[in-house]
Design a protein around this ligand. Structure first.
Ligand code: KG4
Ligand code: ZN
Length: 337
């Protein structure tokens, strides 16, 4: 019998619902973005995010069912992002999922947001193991090794800022609106020259990352130029910053792919929408002869389809949540097998 999972995602600033068939096929995928409400504050305001989720969650849920032309009785289970994320925002999705599951007598599955980002790839082509995932988003920068479905080993992570966070902060220095990543990406591509910023490699052999030093280098550069009464060229700064981020992310991903003899490399999370990063990874893995994939833009940034894709594998492993489920803002990525 076919499996249909209704998934809900509200961990940050997108209210999203989707229906996924057998873990790999998108039947409907609805995302309501709040970015415009947060823009004027230069970042996501948790209280505003929660209020938007309250207003939107039942609307996106109904829309997901309508677009799929399905009724609750056609569903196999309800999945929801349990963490990590903003606690108030998570709770809105969790309570909606609990109520829906309870009323319709459906099993409930609590999913990790990053597992979702990784599993977005399973909606595009089958995941092959061992698999290496570079997860780069507003809250995360991680290299995750998967030897099979449901088994995650975090082999490297950021020691300070996430890559997306660094993008957003540097964009602020350049007077670009939130979220800054796409603006820096665009400026970097318009540049012909780059300000030489440092590459942070950390200790020999480490797969960890650090972006706060790079961010400070950009801020210092701006201050020094201001003090000298010179204008900065935003394109040049953006390219200098992006070149540093992309070079370090790519080099460490390639080294890990070689060390663990992976069969597939995937990029996930909002920053994987970055054109410079995509091109660098594509070229590097073409040279390595290892298949490399990034999901289409819509599945890179926050969405519920990816939560449904991960939840399907959890469902197959017999994982079920219950009505005591709570939001877990600092939830770790743990294996479910
Ligand atoms: O995965 P995501 O939608 O939300 C989180 O779970 O964090 O990622 C959002 C992040 C933001 O920091 C945004 O600036 C960044 O992804 N981003 C980009 C690009 N598009 C989005 N960063 C660099 N280049 C882009 N093209
Ligand atoms: Zn995300």
């Amino acid at each position: 019998m076919d499996n249909y999972i209704l998934a809900i995602e509200t961990s940050c600033d997108e209210t999203a619902a989707a229906i996924i068939k057998n873990g790999t096929e998108i039947i409907s995928n609805v995302v309501s973005s709040q970015i415009d409400s947060h823009k004027r504050f230069g970042g996501v305001v948790p209280e505003i995010a929660s209020r938007h989720h309250v207003e939107q969650v039942t609307i996106v849920l109904e829309e997901a069912l309508n677009q799929a032309n399905m009724e609750p009785k056609d569903l196999t289970a309800v999945a929801v992002t349990e963490g990590p994320g903003l606690v108030g925002a998570l709770l809105i999705g969790i309570n909606a999922a609990k109520a829906f599951a309870f009323v319709h007598g459906l099993p409930l599955i609590g999913t990790h947001h990053i597992a979702g980002h990784i599993y977005a790839n399973n909606l595009v082509q089958p995941m092959e193991f061992p698999l290496l995932a570079l997860v780069v988003s507003g809250g995360h920068t991680e290299l995750v090794l998967m030897r099979e479905h449901g088994i995650f080993e975090v082999i490297g992570e950021t020691r300070d800022d996430a890559a997306g966070e660094a993008y957003d902060k540097v964009a602020r220095v350049l007077n670009m609106p939130y979220p800054g990543g796409p603006h820096i990406d665009r400026l970097a591509h318009e540049a012909t020259e780059a300000v030489p910023f440092p590459r942070v490699w950390l200790e020999d052999g480490s797969y960890d990352f650090s972006f706060s030093g790079l961010k400070s280098a950009v801020i210092n550069y701006k201050h020094n130029m201001d003090q000298r009464g010179e204008e900065i060229i935003p394109e040049k700064v953006a390219k200098g910053f992006q070149d540093s981020v992309v070079e370090v992310l790519t080099a460490k991903t390639v080294r890990a792919a070689r060390e663990f003899h992976v069969k597939q490399v995937i990029a996930a999370g909002g920053v994987s929408a970055n054109k410079g990063l995509r091109a660098a990874l594509e070229n590097a893995f073409k040279a390595e002869g290892i298949p490399f994939y990034v999901p289409p833009l819509k599945l890179c940034t926050d969405n519920a389809a990816m939560i449904g894709a991960a939840a399907y594998e959890m469902y197959q492993s017999g994982i079920r949540g219950d009505l005591a489920m709570n939001g877990r803002p600092g939830m770790e990525l743990k294996s479910w097998k």
